[in-house]
Design a protein around this ligand. Structure first.
Ligand code: SAM
Length: 238
């Protein structure tokens, strides 16, 4: 019971694994965080190690087209954008014009290139307006679509976001959902009055159960760290 806490381990890993002055240790991020605090934004961004995890995923996939749902001040967007080649594309969807403004200021300060495109408005509406990338350029069918989608917005619409992400992702692409465990509440019995943040998730897991490996293969990974007990649901389109 007196061992190191998950938060202490997270701090240790970050101190070891963030390259000095780069990635999670980029000094400009402090300025970005301050800008977010000045705008009274909640501290609900991914952790530094989760940010680097997203970057590892994107680099491993050799992603050139990335979609994010839920921008906040652009912290996770930063990790994803940093992995892209010059001809890459990153779209990020955000409801709040204030969040979008701060994120755009941060992307300028971080000198991100390609520059992330923030789509302001309810994500479901933005998603429905998005075309499958590569369609206009006439890419062959198997090359059309995002390589990686990160879903991290309002939890109630997790299922709807996932279905839109599936439409927009190429075969073999990855869809990653944050907040997939919610302190274990996901596994409470049905009649335990699930809170609003797990009903959307349950709808997603019920769909995956029915799919039986036809459309996606998904894994659920629990996470601890400097934040509370939660998890990622990570899927590939088959
Ligand atoms: N991905 C960010 C990161 O890790 O740095 C954190 C995103 S934060 C957890 C969730 C964001 O989703 C907030 O900025 C919130 O304003 C936005 N959001 C909430 N409801 C939304 C909706 N219906 N459409 C688009 N964005 C929404």
């Amino acid at each position: 019971a007196n061992g190191p806490s998950a938060a202490a381990v997270d701090a240790y890993l970050t101190s070891k694994l963030a390259p000095k002055g780069q990635w999670a240790d980029d000094p400009i991020l402090e300025e970005c965080r301050r800008r977010a605090a000045e705008a009274d934004m909640p501290e609900i961004e991914v952790s530094p190690m989760q940010g680097q995890f997203l970057a590892v995923l994107a680099l491993g996939l050799k992603a050139t087209k990335i979609l994010e749902i839920g921008t906040l001040w652009g912290y996770s967007t930063y990790f994803l954008a940093r992995t892209l080649p010059a001809h890459g594309q990153i779209d990020t969807l955000e409801l709040s014009p204030v969040h979008a403004k701060v994120a755009n200021e941060n992307f300028l300060a971080l000198d991100l290139y390609p520059f992330p495109k923030v789509h302001v408005g309810p994500a479901l509406e933005s998603l429905q307006k998005l075309d499958i990338p590569g369609t206009e350029e006439g890419l062959p069918a198997h090359e059309r679509g995002y390589d990686l989608v990160f879903i991290d917005a309002d939890k109630e619409r997790m299922y709807e976001y996932f279905q839109e992400a599936l439409r927009l992702t190429r075969k073999g692409g990855i869809i990653m959902c944050d907040n997939a465990v919610r302190g274990g509440r996901i596994a409470l019995e049905e009649n335990d009055n699930p809170s609003i943040d797990v009903t959307g998730l349950r709808k997603l897991y019920d769909w995956v159960e029915q799919d039986q490996g036809k459309t996606v293969l998904m894994s659920g990974i629990q996470t601890v760290g400097h934040k509370f007990w939660d998890g990622f649901a990570i899927a590939t389109k088959l």
